[in-house]
Every structure is written in structure tokens, then in C-alpha cells.
Design a protein around this ligand. Structure first.
Ligand code: NAD
Ligand code: WQD
Length: 340
């Protein structure tokens, strides 16, 4: 039985991944400081699976905490989700992002090296491509310059991990570049639970649907896309979670440094998402056209071929399912997880 340390395992993508790891009978250790999540997510994962992860409240920046974990448990691999992810906040508080995301990741790698655990799957982002020079985005393209400290922090960790591998090629490092996660577990028990006003499109729409927010602002309708609104590659969180299990299989083949997109290859505009959501939920989403949001680009979507070839992974769930599952989660939990 594999023992997997999952940092940030109580968060949106982490909790869906922990669920699948438990279903595959892995021994799962979660390290989370709960700065952006609730332990209730993991309690619900235990209800759904009938199995529990070991949960440690702690911080990836805390070397003593990491030392204890690597001493107490025989960790095979680390899936590293822990980090801050709000683009706007990162522009206001860049140092907080570099400390949490870059220093935190460095500290984690140092602990791993010290304890001779050299297998890691890292949550990177399509943001590392910067302004798309061609579409679809494939892994052979050079990385660009992300327009915000959050994106820079992801690129910096990618570069750091590449140097770690260069210095010691006994590491196995999978850099997963996620496109836009959406959806929730079909039980409606776990899902995305942002603090305050959602930055991302899908949780904003679901909160308009419950009446918590009045109107969706569509950021620009004068882009060069089929309906003028910006286009992204939305991927169901369950597919995304499954990509991590496939990444662990890749590590079993001693893959070295491997970088891979996790996307569907299909782009949808903001208005496509609104109408798909209305169809699945039966609710009307009030929206108004607003100014473009600084830093947004017209369109990007993944080339998912490498993931199919090398990870034997492809997204199985489409937009209708993402909308239906996001809606089930939000309507069952209009205020998100209960506060404990
Ligand atoms: P999330 O905020 O729901 O989960 C992150 C988790 O990490 C939270 O539970 C939080 O409490 C924890 N955490 C944060 N800092 C920590 C620290 N210093 N020590 C321990 N725990 C800490 O976010 P998510 O959407 O599940 O994203 C997971 C990862 O994927 C993040 O690294 C994020 O940057 C990356 N990512 C997310 C998206 C997205 O749109 N959701 C896209 C690309 C990449
Ligand atoms: C999607 C589309 C908006 C909200 C961000 C990060 C990226 C990655 C995923 C972590 C865009 C439009 C949004 C709203 C809108 N995260 N929109 N009204 O910007 O593609 O990517 O999350 O790594 O790094 O930048 O996602 O969900 O914010 O926006 O019109 O209220 O919806 O303009 O076109 P984005 P998003």
C-alpha cells in the first residue's frame, strides 16, 4: 500500500484527490493549515468513502512539522497542492504569495531531500505559459511571463524543481499544468468553497443562482472570440483529481522530470458557461457586460495529447456535468461548509 503525503489536501482539488486515493486504498496523510479550507471537507470524504486520511494541521513553511511527518510516516510520494491562489490578492500582497508558495515549496523539498523522499507531483497552472503565442497550448512551448505574483510563484517553483532534478536525477517530479477546474463530486457533499466574493467564474455563477450574488459581471464582450467573451478550457475537478493518480503511476516508471497539461482541449466562452449552467440548473443567471479584467487574455485551451500518451489520461466529463455537479454542490451547501 502506497503512503502519499498530500499538502493542501483539504482544499478544493486536494479533497477530490484524497477521495480517489482512499478509493484506491492508498494510505493518505494530509498536511493543511486550513487557511483556505475546512476540515469538514475531509470528514465528508470519509463519509463518502468509508475510509479516512490522517489529518495533520500544520504548515509547509514549518520545518519541524515536516521533519516529524517524514520521520513518523514512510512516505512514498508527495502531492503538493498547498498554496495561495487568488490572483488579485497576489497583486496586493506579493510577498505573502512568494513566502507561502515559493518558500513553502522550497522548505517542503528540503525536508523531502533530507528524508530521501524524492517523488513529487506539483500543482502548476496554465498561467505559466503567459500570453499565449499559439493555441492550443502544448508543453513544448516556452513558458512566458505570468502577469501576476501568483502566476510567477508557480513558474518559480517549476524552475526550482527543474534545477533540483538537474542536480540529482534520482528525483521523479511531475509538473501538472491545470487549466480551469470546475464541478464537484457528484454526491454534492464536497466542492469549491471560496472565502468571500468568488474570483473564479463558476463559483460566482453558482452564487448568483442561489441568490447570494445579484448579477454576474461578464468581463468584456469585445474579445476576438465567437461571441466576444473570453474563452477558457474548463476541466471537471474529478478528472483533474484522477490526473494525479495517473501522475503517481508515471512516477512508478521512474519518469524523472515530466511536465504535462491537464485540460480537455475544448474552449468555452463565458456566455457558453452561463447558458450551459442555466440549462443544467433550471435557473436564470442575471449578467451584465462589464469592463475587461486586467491581466485577462482572450482565449486559451490545452493541447491534451501528451497526457493521453504519457499518463494514459484524458478528461471524461463535459461541460454539462461540470455545471450539474457545481450546482448540486452549491444548492445543497448554499453557505459552503459549515463552520466548526
Ligand atoms: P484551495 O485553496 O482550495 O486549496 C489549497 C489548500 O492549501 C487549502 O486547503 C489551504 O488551506 C492549504 N494551504 C495554503 N497554504 C498552506 C500552507 N502554507 N501550509 C499548509 N497548507 C496550506 O485551492 P485549490 O483550488 O484546491 O488549488 C490547489 C492547488 O492547485 C494550489 O496550489 C493552486 O495554486 C493550484 N491551482 C489551482 C487552480 C484553480 O483554479 N483552482 C488552477 C491551477 C492551479
Ligand atoms: C474565467 C473567465 C474571466 C469571473 C484563473 C487564474 C489561473 C488559474 C485558474 C490558478 C475569464 C471570466 C470571471 C467573473 C467573468 N488559477 N469571468 N466574470 O482567469 O481563466 O484563471 O483561475 O492557477 O491562474 O488566473 O479563471 O475563473 O477567474 O475566469 O467574466 O466574475 O471568466 O474574464 O475569462 P482565469 P476565472
Amino acid at each position: 500500500m502506497k503512503t502519499i503525503l498530500v499538502t493542501g489536501g483539504s482544499g478544493y482539488i486536494g479533497s477530490h484527490t484524497v477521495l480517489q486515493l482512499l478509493e484506491q486504498n492508498c494510505n493518505v496523510i494530509v498536511l493543511d493549515n486550513f487557511s483556505n479550507s475546512s476540515i469538514v471537507s475531509l470528514e465528508r470524504v470519509a463519509q463518502i468513502t468509508g475510509k479516512s486520511a490522517t489529518v495533520i494541521k500544520g504548515d509547509i513553511r514549518d520545518s519541524a512539522c515536516l521533519d516529524n511527518i517524514f520521520t513518523d510516516y514512510n512516505i512514498d510520494s508527495v502531492i503538493h497542492f498547498a498554496g495561495l491562489k487568488a490572483v488579485g490578492e497576489s497583486l496586493e500582497k506579493p510577498m505573502m504569495y512568494y513566502e507561502n508558495n515559493v518558500y513553502g515549496s522550497l522548505n517542503l523539498c528540503q525536508a523531502m531531500a533530507k528524508h530521501n523522499v524524492k517523488n513529487i507531483v506539483f500543482s502548476s497552472s496554465a498561467t505559466v505559459y503567459g500570453d499565449p503565442v499559439e493555441l492550443p497550448l502544448h508543453e513544448g512551448l516556452p513558458t512566458g511571463t505570468p502577469t501576476n505574483p501568483y502566476g510567477m510563484s508557480k513558474l518559480m517553483v517549476e524552475l526550482m524543481l527543474a534545477d533540483v532534478f538537474k542536480s540529482d536525477n534520482s528525483w521523479n517530479i511531475v509538473l501538472l499544468r491545470y487549466f480551469n477546474p470546475a464541478g464537484a463530486h457528484p454526491s454534492g457533499k464536497i466542492g469549491e468553497d471560496p472565502n468571500g466574493i468568488p474570483n473564479n467564474l463558476m463559483p460566482f455563477i453558482t452564487q448568483v443562482a442561489t441568490g447570494k450574488r445579484k448579477v454576474l459581471k461578464v468581463f468584456g464582450n469585445d474579445y476576438d472570440t465567437h461571441d466576444g467573451t473570453s474563452v477558457r478550457d474548463y476541466i471537471h475537478v474529478e478528472d483533474l483529481a484522477n490526473g494525479h493518480l495517473k501522475a503517481l503511476d508515471k512516477i512508478d516508471t521512474a519518469c524523472g522530470l515530466f511536465t504535462c497539461n491537464l485540460g480537455t482541449g475544448q474552449g468555452y466562452s463565458v456566455l457558453d458557461i452561463v447558458s450551459a449552467f442555466e440549462k443544467e440548473s433550471g435557473r436564470t443567471i442575471s449578467y451584465e457586460i462589464a469592463q475587461r479584467r486586467g491581466g485577462d487574455v482572450a482565449a486559451y485551451y490545452a493541447d491534451p495529447k501528451l497526457a493521453a500518451q504519457e499518463l494514459n489520461w484524458k478528461a471524461e466529463k463535459g461541460l454539462a456535468q461540470m455545471c450539474a455537479d457545481s450546482w448540486r454542490w452549491q444548492s445543497n451547501n448554499p453557505e459552503g461548509y459549515p463552520t466548526t
